[in-house]
Design a protein around this ligand. Structure first.
Ligand code: ADP
Ligand code: G6P
Length: 425
């Protein structure tokens, strides 16, 4: 037993140890939860991102961290295997085909046990433990067995699929049993909660759309916005994409839409900046997606760019958070085109960076964010013409739409999200 009255358990710690150096971890879960933990006393139990390193608890950026070590077999079976080659594609409606392997499942059980034990060791008597996301669905049940005194919440950051898809999972009953250990499960959208409730109504559920910390998106100075636009040739329309390089994000589809509009002569004086964080790079479908994206970028620049004046500016790296605000503020059109996404915080970050009502958001109907940001230029990424139409509409945006979305995000920030969930718990 530990002395923390509030414990967050997530697969990743908010810091990622890469070759002995620390970086901010990728993804929306960390971006949203880090400010919540900084403002509440407590600790964060998670994996530091390096394989085979045992670390003692430490403090980072005002958050108390309790590392859980993963060895090579855990990394391959639990992380790359069951979490990201079975659950991730299954829960994102089979954009690629999930693989079901007994040995991955066994690793998933073993690693969930490690997390449950670490959480049990960190939590004080009667503490609140908040377990996060698809990698740790067995932790609530395991933790309840170890520590019946705890109050346990669970939040699923990604979509929950329709029962007909979920039933494919050979270990569907075990996963549901694991989740039943908690006192409340939170989902991003009512549709996810409804899908889950078709399987079981024994657990208390709720819908809590996650959000951002507006303080994290820095107001960009006018000079740096001008400088960025000049660097890309001062185009009439500056388009932007910001994603982890993941096949769910529809990066290729937005490139194809742009290519087709250039071909038809409907767009000419444009630049498109695509920032892409490397992600899960050893998994075959991620490699294929990267190859296809990079091939399309090369082709578009070869066809429509010129020496010293490419159309697509591509960065395959994580950008420091302080700089992201400048990209968002400088962009006339933000392209968020996932095939399926739990929420998509990038959409909310872009809106936060446009308090004056300028800019336009092209947003997939299949992103959780579309429920709240319905004034965006919505599109269906499975339909190229729909993406093209949304981009064209966004070239003449209506400032009232951006202002309404901005007001919404200001009122519904990540602190409000955490408060709503924890009060319900
Ligand atoms: P996901 O959680 O699936 O990665 P989200 O859109 O919800 O998707 O969250 C992504 C988070 O990662 C956002 O906070 C975004 O700012 C950040 N991010 C994405 N790409 C980059 C990048 N190239 N550089 C820096 N931050 C990035
Ligand atoms: C999404 C998931 C998170 C995950 C993040 C980054 O946001 O919901 O659970 O941490 O992607 O992915 P990674 O595999 O690098 O942790």
């Amino acid at each position: 037993m530990g002395d923390n009255a509030f414990v967050v358990v997530a697969n990743r710690l908010p810091v990622d140890r890469v070759g002995g150096r620390y970086e901010v971890s990728p993804g929306g879960l960390v971006a949203a939860l880090a400010p919540v933990l900084r403002s509440r006393e407590g600790c964060w139990v998670g994996w530091p991102g390096d394989v085979g390193v045992e670390l003692e608890p430490f403090m980072f950026n005002g958050i108390s961290l309790v590392p859980v070590a993963l060895d090579q077999e855990d990394f391959e079976g639990f992380y790359e295997g069951f979490s990201n080659s079975t659950l991730w594609p299954l829960y994102h409606d089979l954009i690629v085909t999930p693989e079901y392997k007994q040995e991955w499942w066994e690793r998933y059980v073993a690693v969930n046990e490690k997390f449950a034990r670490a959480a049990a060791g960190a939590a004080a008597h009667g503490a609140t433990v908040w377990v996060q996301d698809y990698q740790l669905q067995l932790v609530p049940g395991m933790l309840k067995a170890l520590r019946p005194d705890l109050t346990i919440g669970f939040f699923l950051h990604i979509p929950f699929p329709a029962p007909a898809l979920f039933q494919q999972l050979p270990w569907r009953n075990e996963v549901l049993e694991g989740l039943k250990g908690c006192d409340l499960i939170g989902f991003q959208r009512h549709a996810d909660e409804d899908n889950f409730r078709l399987l079981t109504t024994e657990i208390r559920t709720g819908t809590f759309p996650i959000s951002i910390d507006l303080g994290e998106i820095e107001a960009a100075p006018e000079a740096s916005i001008r400088n960025l636009r000049e660097r890309v040739g001062d185009p009439e329309h500056l388009l932007l994409g910001v994603d982890r390089l993941d096949y769910t994000k529809g990066i290729l589809q937005r490139l194809l839409a742009i290519e087709s509009l250039l071909e038809e002569g409907k767009l000419d004086d444009i630049a498109f900046i695509q920032l892409a964080t490397p992600s899960r790079e050893r998994i075959e479908h991620y490699r294929t997606t990267r190859r296809e994206v990079e091939e399309a970028i090369g082709r578009i620049n070869g066809r429509f760019g010129d020496v010293g004046r490419p159309v697509v500016h591509y960065v395959h790296r994580s950008i420091p958070r302080e700089q992201l605000g400048t990209y968002y503020a400088a962009a006339d059109i933000m392209l968020v085109t996932p095939f399926k996404d739990g929420m998509n915080l990038v959409a909310k970050e872009y809106v936060a960076a446009h308090p004056g009502g300028d800019g336009a958001l092209v947003l997939s109907e299949f992103a959780g964010a579309a429920v709240e940001l319905h004034q965006a230029y919505l599109c269906n990424p499975f339909d190229l013409e729909s993406v093209k139409d949304a981009i064209m509409a966004a070239t003449e945006p209506d400032p009232a739409r951006m202002r309404q979305m901005h007001d919404w995000v200001v009122e519904h920030d990540v602190a409000a999200w955490a408060r709503a969930f924890l009060e319900a718990l």
